[in-house]
Design a protein around this ligand. Structure first.
Ligand SMILES: [Zn+2]
Length: 90
């Protein structure tokens, strides 16, 4: 879980935290890493979803507090999912 949290932090810093992220709305792939799946499931995948679902306005760089919040949301979802996972691999 620590590794996942670290990855989540890196993805958020690189893809979500800038005031105007590159390719905003399409910066989060649909597969490849549990963090990406969690981002779509929790509406932390792009700044539009963050604004609509989490009340974090677009157009400013995410504060350390906002980044920590997003990482927490993602990690909580992954923890729950891994405990009750309906998407277990065969
Ligand atoms: Zn989105």
């Amino acid at each position: 879980m620590d590794a996942i949290r670290q990855h989540a932090r890196e993805f958020i810093d690189a893809r979500l935290a800038p005031a105007f992220p590159a390719k905003d709305g399409k910066q989060t792939p649909w597969g490849g890493h549990p963090v990406f799946r969690a981002q779509h499931a929790t509406a932390t995948c792009c700044r539009t979803c963050l604004q609509i679902n989490h009340g974090i306005a677009k157009g400013h760089e995410l504060s350390p507090r906002e980044r920590a919040y997003v990482v927490d949301v993602i990690c909580r979802w992954i923890e729950i999912e891994s405990r009750h996972g309906s998407s277990r691999r065969p």
